[in-house]
Design a protein around this ligand. Sequence first.
Ligand code: ZN
Length: 363
Amino acid sequence: MARLTLGGTDLSVVGRTRIYVCGVTPYDVTHLGHAATYVWVDAVDRVLRRLGSSVEVCRNVTDVDDVLFAAAERAGGHYDQFAAVQQFRFEQDMDALAVRRPTHEPRAHVFIPQVIALAQTLLDRGAAYESAGSVYLPAAPVVAGLDPAEAERLLKEYGGRLDDPAKRDPFDQAVWQRSDAPEPAWESPWGAGRPGWHAECTAMALSTYGSSLDLHAGGADLRFPHHAFEAAQAEAATGVSPFARAWMHVGIVQLEGQKMAKSVGNLVFAKDLLAETSAGTVRTMLLDRAFDQAWDYTPEVLQQAGARLDALYAAAGTKTSSDSAWEQVLAALAAGLDVPRALDIAVEEGGQVARDLTTLLAL
Ligand SMILES: [Zn+2]
């Protein structure tokens, strides 16, 4: 049995671990925020494997999305073709960062029938309502217990279409959204439309793993509303709770205190860093910290990671080391993925322990 704790949750697994991580919307180059999420998922994948679990990772492709349609239009191409090219570039970046390929890579645009089935199930169970060609999940049960001001701020930032007059409550989230030309649209029992963002992930996760999964990962900015609604509609559709046994919300990467985002224009691209330093150094920078804390990228942080990795490599060339030190390294990783402590032990112990940690974390 593999035993791992994450964010205070005991994630003991017998045999298989089912991991789902929200993938990218393929319209842009991979930035450090993306890299952090997928390198951390890669780390938990590798650690669980080392602890004896057979791990499956499902990383979806959100290729049905407003920002993607808009970007494709600006580039003058069909969105499907545009998404395929962007997705290929993203996968090249993931390969360059030594992120293992996912076991499952569902694409939203081929899961339209499953989203329609999800919407129909939610309607049949009385958990959603249909209005003017769209199907909505009521927000009230999902936001209950949250700070109302914070919930409102996040829904305004990520909730989309708050002014949609078909909603009973502006914060309700579309499971199925009526489409108005010229957006891409698919036929449904409620007319032409397309999936809601949260519903895409729910449909792909349920289709891949059944009614629940072991670990759901994603950037910390997806915690609400995306993950909250994704889980709520999965649980309402299946009756199985919790949808995810554990959550891994990877800390936001900032530049001068501000979240890295295309809309802000403060992106640091993974490929630019990889042009000047090794994947091991970038991975060390991303992993040598608490996974759930926001942090600021600076060139100095990257330099420090390079020095840290040099120390590990130097230690790896020294004397042979003890089994007990390796057990301590594994214990540190199993206790909330404490990579800083695992690195400290490996650098101090050196020898085989340092070599094994280098291999385990692909540094
Ligand atoms: Zn998602």
